[in-house]
Design a protein. Structure first.
Length: 792
DNA sequence: GTCCCCCTTTTCACT
DNA sequence: AAAGGGGGAC
């Protein structure tokens, strides 16, 4: 008891010792929130509350794990339910599957699975996607589910103009999911929320089963999650929620910041505790965060304070481009490790978009700095892993149509797209799973005998594998790999590549299976394994035990802290993101995102932006984020790139760097280029970089003729001598493969032997394009198939 | 049916 | 830059 309450501040103690009734903990960043929650659970148990009546819901497995470890420390051996919302619902749904028309071995579709399913539903619903896209429809339906809107509600809510595309697809999609005995991510919450709403008996049963509910990151709950915790705390309103409205960053997936802002209205008897003292950051960092977030209008004001030492000023840094940004930061980390004796794990580099990790990754690798990138989905997204996973899915749930379609011809076994389509249409017509249709292949019309035979052979093979379903996961997986000759297939399909990683991944997957068997000697089931695989999250991959620099998105960084933090790409259009900045709520959420990033830092923080940034293959001028002006600039340290004379050397940063690259001389670029004038005024700096040969002649060939030449060259696989194409012209100098973009227009090249020809696609005449050579960029005006140099 | 090439589209964050 | 889709050749 004493151990539990020792060393807590007054508000912390107040929260920890609260037992019954609703509790709202408004916890600023770094205020010891996890500590309070874990101590509270321990205190509850010490007061005689059965651990089995407590459920703690988090958003990531990582957070749940940490909580479990800390509670275990304080109250060993107590079985409190801890985990993510999605896992909580997945387990309930296992049990009550039949009530929503599923069976207990239902599958969880991941994003790409449900995208496939969505396309099929769109096809069956006979919706034209000319004015919309599957993605759009999917997102509308996803939003609907998060707001607990059923297909019927969406249809009846239709305007006079008739039901929307999404409203017509939604019921079809749901029906197909049921036929496939599957749910998507949103369904996990959606089904449980509706179940609780429509079954008062079940609701009250679960309400008393989970008498005490704790929700972490409550500001990120959506309506479905709100409905679930609300339904479970009516007879026993012992709901305690923890959160910080200023850290609400998941609005885009339906999170409603009002859930926390209105909590006191929903539960008038609530006790509110505010944790405002920050134990994490320096006052410098905290002031920056506070100044910034004050600009948000929709918030509850908190007075953040800390007794920590003043520390160093926050650094605001402007680099020339993304490569210098990455290099500069890597240098700094490298220096700090060597000079100040810091460890790689002390650093984090945060960004808005995963795409920004690339250049950083290179810089880290060149300096042999150990790093970890947090986008853990990577492994499970690999083709070979998805294939094998699909076999397991189909074995576990024979109705899993997405898995069926994925593997029925993988490895190829003469069951082509046409055959699959026939099976699918047959299945759609009879509302049966596709495997069922395959079993019934003789009844499927329009199939060649050969195809039918191939399908039968597949079904036979499937039956053989299905018998092994109850074997250990390792045995099952090995059997699948052998039976399908999967490795031979891999080796066959990667002919040219030195990419042996595919086979290595298969081995790694088998290792994972062995691990799973070991951890679950008794309760290990295929079902459980697949559920875990489906619910792994990005952030789960984070290892605080390993000594590496961490690279991750701002979203993934929530809840973590690092002595030194770099936030890169703080630019207009990136942060705030261009898709979010047009609405007030979107803009405020972006501001909160930066707030979250800033408050991850304990000792030092640097925000940076660039003058130009490569985006989607194109180098563009970048403008610093409007949020910069909201920071206490006066007390910050502003640095403009002192290395502005450097320029990006394409070769040195080429993506194809071998892992074991010998570090090139850092200053090669400088040595070669005594050119360049002017200091920090970086405009047009790429152009000034080198003397470039001028090309002032243009290709004179009409489109038809050029086309014909391309055809001829393709056939001959040989360059046709003496052709006056633009390519011929350009190839007088050193030319590397080139692609040009402008308003969707692409200039493509083909190389044949020594020669090269350029073909131009695009609708309108007279567009301009930038073509990148290994010695720089040049702009061209495109007139049909002709290239005319307008800017050398 | 399968493979390969070309073109078009994509457009963030995450369970 | 990268991936998905469509169409042609074998």
């Amino acid at each position: 008891m004493d151990a539990i309450l020792k060393g807590l501040t007054e508000p912390q103690t107040e929260a920890v010792t609260h037992l019954d009734g609703p509790l709202l903990i408004l916890a600023g960043p770094g205020s010891g929130k996890t500590r309070v929650v874990t101590h509270r659970i321990a205190h509850m148990i010490s007061q005689g509350i059965p651990a089995s009546q407590i459920a703690a819901l988090t958003f990531t497995n990582k957070a749940a794990e940490e909580m479990r470890a800390r509670v275990e420390n304080l109250a060993p051996g107590k079985a409190v339910w801890m985990g993510t919302f999605h896992r909580f619902c997945a387990q309930l749904l296992r049990r009550y599957a039949s009530m929503v028309g599923l069976s207990e071995n239902y599958s969880i579709y991941d994003t790409s699975d449900s995208k496939q399913a969505m396309k099929r539903a769109i096809e069956v619903a006979k919706i034209s996607t000319s004015h919309t896209s599957p993605e759009q429809i999917a997102s509308t339906i996803s939003n609907a589910k998060n707001r607990l809107v059923t297909p019927e509600m969406m249809l009846s809510g239709a305007k006079h103009s008739g039901p929307t595309m999404a409203a017509r697809v939604y019921p079809v999609y749901q029906q197909q999911l049921l036929t496939a005995n599957a749910v998507d991510f949103d369904d996990l919450l959606f089904h449980i929320a509706l179940l609780l709403k429509e079954n008062p008996d079940l609701r009250s049963e679960l309400d008393s089963r989970f008498r005490y509910i704790l929700v972490d990151e409550y500001q990120d709950t959506n309506l479905a999650q709100y409905a679930i915790v609300r339904a479970l705390s009516i007879d026993h309103p012992n709901l305690s929620v923890t959160g910080d409205p200023d850290q609400s960053i998941y609005g885009w997936r339906g999170a409603d910041i009002n859930n926390i802002l209105d909590f006191e209205k929903d539960y008038p008897a609530v006790k509110t505790v505010r944790l405002e003292q920050n134990y994490r950051s320096t006052p410098n960092i905290l002031r920056a965060a506070d100044q910034l977030i004050r600009n948000n209008r929709r918030r509850k004001h908190k007075e953040l304070f800390t007794h920590n030492d003043e520390g160093d000023p926050v650094v605001l840094r402007i680099y020339e481009n993304g490569y210098q940004e990455a290099d500069g930061i890597a240098d700094e980390i490298s220096d700090a490790i060597q000079v100040e004796g810091l460890r790689p794990r002390d650093f984090a580099i945060l960004y808005r978009m995963n795409a920004l990790s690339r250049s950083v990754e290179h810089s880290m690798r060149r300096r042999r700095l150990a790093y970890q990138i947090i986008n853990g989905l990577e492994f499970y997204q690999r083709k070979e892993i998805k294939d094998l996973l699909a076999y397991l899915h189909l074995i576990n749930n024979p109705k899993h149509d997405v898995a069926f379609q994925r593997i029925v011809n993988t490895p190829t076994r003469a069951i082509g797209a046409k055959t699959v389509k026939r099976l699918r249409e047959y299945a759609d017509r009879h509302h049966i799973p596709m495997l069922e249709a395959a079993r019934n292949v003789d009844a499927v019309e329009g199939l060649a005998k050969r195809s039918a035979t191939a399908v039968k052979k597949f079904v036979e093979m499937y039956e053989r594998m299905a018998i092994k379903a109850t074997a250990t996961l390792e045995d099952l997986l090995r059997y699948v790999v052998d039976e399908t000759k999967y490795e031979a297939y891999l080796l066959r399909s990667v002919v040219d590549q030195q990419d042996s990683s595919a086979v290595a991944n298969v081995d790694e997957f088998i290792t994972a299976a062995v691990e799973f068997d070991r951890y679950h000697p008794d309760d290990g089931s295929l079902e459980l394994f697949l559920e875990q695989a489906a619910l792994v999250a990005d952030t789960d991959a984070f290892e605080d035990t390993s000594d590496r620099v961490t690279l991750m998105t701002l979203h993934a960084a929530k809840g973590l802290e690092f002595p030194r933090v770099f936030i890169i790409g703080v630019e207009d259009g990136l942060l705030p993101h261009s898709r979010s900045k047009d609405t007030d709520s979107g803009f405020e959420e972006e501001r909160r995102l930066l707030f979250v990033g800033i408050t991850r830092g304990k000792e030092r923080l640097q925000l940076s932006c660039c003058k130009t940034r490569n985006f989607r293959g194109e180098s563009r001028p970048a403008i610093s984020s409007p949020f910069f002006n909201e920071l206490p600039l006066g007390e910050m340290k502003k640095i403009e790139s002192e290395r502005s004379l450097d320029f990006f050397d394409d070769d040195a940063y080429d993506d194809s760097y071998p892992e074991s690259w010998d570090l090139p001389d850092e200053d090669t670029a400088n040595d070669e280029t005594p050119t360049d004038q002017g200091g920090a005024g970086g405009n047009g700096f790429v152009k000034e970089k080198k003397e470039k040969p001028m090309f002032d002649e243009a290709c004179q060939l009409p489109e038809e003729e050029l086309k014909e030449i391309v055809q001829r060259k393709k056939k001959a696989k040989q360059p046709v001598a003496g052709i006056q194409t633009a390519a011929d012209l350009l190839s007088s100098g050193p030319v590397t493969p080139l692609t040009a973009y402008r308003e969707g227009t692409q200039v493509r090249h083909d190389e044949y032997g020594d020669g090269m020809i350029v073909s131009v696609t695009g609708r309108g005449p007279k567009r301009t394009a930038t073509i990148r050579f290994d010695d720089g960029e040049r702009n061209f005006r495109l007139a049909f198939a002709q290239l005319e140099v307008i800017d050398g």
